[in-house]
Design a protein around this ligand. Structure first.
Ligand code: FO1
Length: 303
């Protein structure tokens, strides 16, 4: 089965592993809203976590970066007086340096990502949602912060007043993304933060139209009750006036998704979700170990 997976960070990685394990012919469409220039290199966390996961080298404990990475560069950078709040590992830095170099040589982000993914041995295509810079900007009482500043430097503490996808108006889904979504038997929206990991792609003009034309779109909710499995989804959903629950996720996706898989702990929400015109399956959505990841992947593909 051909699957195009819209992916963000940690939660998405588990489902990507599950989809790969059950033999899906996978193309990942990764969020670009978290991308940032840090320490002089272009960091693309969601593109990289997808690449590292599919190549089998991801640090599963942290949920980002490369397993067994070291931080010698950061130590020296810190000694040289740089504020090293962003823990970019040495091997992870190599990926970012290679990408920065390829971009400077004139490759698109898609081209640079494909070159790196091939060298890492991902076995599946990993595509950024677009080639133009789209940055998630969070308005807080202390000013505007990009996602890494909000989540990593400020530890998600500032009050979120609103969210903007800066640059999205000038972005377009790439030809490779159009092809992947057009050819997919199922487009899977991974259990990612709907505001910061899926929202930036949805804000690209033409992206929702593309999803509406897909054969089938199924989302896996990242929420249980009012909390996400990880990350700041609840807080940021409230900032854009969406109820922080699977009901809110379903509302955000109801314009293009055919079905949503939610936690069995939220089974009472299924009726209201179906009234929005979405199919709804309530099941255990916690992905524990390889068997759990594969089971949930199967549930999503058959929802
Ligand atoms: N997340 C953290 O909480 N702290 C870090 O120091 C950190 C460093 C980091 C370096 C490279 C990378 O690709 C991701 C990194 N992340 C870090 C994860 C990242 O901030 C977010 O979790 C993603 O942007 C959300 O998908």
């Amino acid at each position: 089965m051909k699957v195009a997976a819209l992916a963000g960070g940690t939660g998405s990685a588990k489902l990507l592993r599950g989809l790969k394990a059950i033999g899906a012919e996978l193309t990942v469409v990764a969020n670009v809203g978290d991308n940032a220039w840090i320490y002089g290199v272009y960091v693309c966390p969601d593109v990289d976590i997808a690449c590292y996961t599919l190549a089998g080298i991801a640090d599963r404990t942290k949920g980002w970066g490369i397993r067994g990475d070291t931080f010698h560069m950061l130590d020296l950078l810190g000694r040289a007086g740089t504020d090293t709040w962003f823990r970019l590992g040495d091997r992870d830095l190599a990926t970012c340096l290679a990408r920065t170099q390829l971009l400077r040589e004139g490759l698109t982000l898609t081209g640079a990502t494909e070159a790196i993914a091939e060298k890492l041995g991902t076995g599946s295509a990993v595509l950024p949602a677009c080639d133009e810079p789209v940055q998630t900007v969070i308005r807080t009482p202390e000013g505007e912060l990009n996602l890494q500043e909000f989540w990593v430097r400020e530890k998600g503490r500032p009050r979120a007043l609103g969210v903007e996808y800066r640059g999205s108006g000038k972005a377009r889904p790439t030809a490779r993304v159009k092809e992947a979504i057009g050819e997919a038997d199922v487009v899977v929206v991974c259990p990612a933060n709907p505001v910061t990991s899926v929202g930036p792609s949805l804000a690209i003009p033409g992206f929702i139209r593309l999803l509406k034309s897909a054969r089938r779109v199924v989302a896996l909710s990242p929420m249980v009750g009012n909390s996400p499995y990880s990350g700041p989804a609840g807080k940021l959903m409230e900032a854009v006036e969406v109820h922080p629950s699977s009901l809110g996720v379903a509302k955000m996706y109801s314009g293009f998704a055919d079905a949503i898989v939610i936690s069995d702990k939220d089974a009472r929400m299924a009726r209201e979700i179906r009234e929005m015109g979405l199919g709804c399956v309530a099941t255990g959505t916690m992905m524990e170990g390889g068997a759990g990841e594969a089971r949930v992947a199967r549930e999503v593909l058959s929802a």
